[in-house]
Design a protein around this ligand. Structure first.
Ligand code: ISE
Length: 362
């Protein structure tokens, strides 16, 4: 029996819920995991990193050394099972997520899993069903998926505006997703599964409906794209209601990190992501210029969103549950990306075809 279950299936007593401080294991301490360790250690209240785990022992030791009392447990499944661990952050490579998330469910430990939930729609659905069964017994959800944009104040504002109906019914959404650079093996398929996946979640989050079909167009390729790969891509989502979302994904611009979203509705439109912090004006021999700084990467652009996401996850995990996108969102994103990769390959419109959604608590 786990901390969040009782023999009768009745909710656990409050004493079963972790006390004042949530003891967290962070699995995978590459760029994102190490960032989460630093965040939990310095900016998040009510939590303490007690365990880190990584395939690279030296890296794990180095990260653990920054946090007093933090242990290294090389095997991630042992780290999840550790009695000193109340909750888990998964930032390992995607191919390990399914096994690790299922282990968290088995141990009744809340988990924040970086995207992707798993590598394909079928394995994500297996996680959905496992968590549904847990939720049916305990009335609690355990798995949160790291779609951090939902916590970004601009995205939250845009969704609130849509919900207020002040601009009328949304009809079209334009998304721009540009990275300055990616590593050389970043393929066109990865542009769908690693980058466009965020726009999949944004479309579902803003419009509150599912994506029915995906089409991928390949514009003229940048000379910086690897041979045989396309960059940029133009991805079209057809939503269940007939609304259209278009995504320009371009990951080798050489400029900066640019993520913009514009919603065009019946009675107005709204845009976020202009990065209009400080606007600077300078004179010069060829005339005066006006300029603003653009975030160099996603950690800077979405730093505040990550902080809010992790704080809300910690607060919820201390109550034994989650507060954010869950397994169904992870599954829907995986299903759309699977269709997207097929649409990229075939050049054809590809339907998504989601499974039946189970019941249970939201
Ligand atoms: C990266 O993995 C992310 O998640 C970023 O948010 C995205 O902008 C980037 O394209 C991905 O590679």
């Amino acid at each position: 029996m786990t901390t969040a279950e009782t023999a009768s299936g009745v909710l656990p007593e409050l004493a079963d819920v972790p006390p004042a401080e949530l003891r967290v294991a962070v699995l995978g301490v590459g760029m994102m995991g190490a960032d989460h360790v630093a965040r939990l250690h310095s900016r998040i209240s009510g939590a303490r990193v007690v365990v880190v785990s990584d395939a690279f022992a030296e890296k794990a030791q180095q990260v653990a050394a920054e946090v007093p009392g933090c242990r290294v447990i090389p095997d991630p499944l042992t780290a999840i099972a550790d009695p000193e661990v109340d909750a888990v952050v998964i930032a390992t490579p995607g191919q390990f997520h399914q096994e690790q998330v299922l282990a968290c469910i088995e141990h009744g430990k809340p988990v924040l899993c970086e995207k992707p939930l798993t590598m394909d729609a079928e394995s994500s659905l297996a996680v959905v069903r496992a968590e549904d069964a847990y939720a049916a017994r305990t009335a609690r959800r355990l798995v949160q998926v790291g779609f951090m944009r939902r916590f970004d104040p601009e995205y939250a504002q845009l969704r609130a505006l849509i919900e207020s109906r002040e601009i009328g019914d949304p009809l079209v959404v334009h998304c721009v997703h540009r990275n300055a650079a990616v590593h050389p093996d970043f393929s066109s398929a990865m542009m769908i599964t690693d980058s466009v996946v965020h726009e999949v979640d944004v479309a579902r989050f803003l419009l509150d409906e599912e994506i029915a079909a995906v089409t991928v167009l390949r514009p003229k390729a940048s000379r910086h794209a690897q041979a045989g790969q396309s960059d940029p891509l133009l991805v079209i989502f057809e939503m269940d209601s007939g609304r259209i979302v278009d995504v320009e994904c371009f990951v080798r611009t050489g400029v900066a990190y640019e993520v913009r979203t514009e919603v065009v509705a019946e009675d107005g439109s709204a845009m976020i992501g202009l990065d209009l912090g400080l606007v600077r004006q300078t004179g010069g021999p060829s005339g005066a210029t006006r300029s603003t700084a653009i975030a160099p990467g996603f950690r800077e652009r979405f730093g505040r969103a990550y902080d809010i996401e992790v704080q809300r996850w910690v607060d919820a995990a201390r109550r034994g549950t989650i507060d954010g996108p869950g397994v169904w969102d992870g599954y829907a994103a995986a299903a759309v990306c699977t269709a997207g990769v097929e649409a990229l390959r075939s050049g054809r419109r590809t339907e998504v075809g989601l499974a039946e959604r189970g019941g249970g608590p939201p």
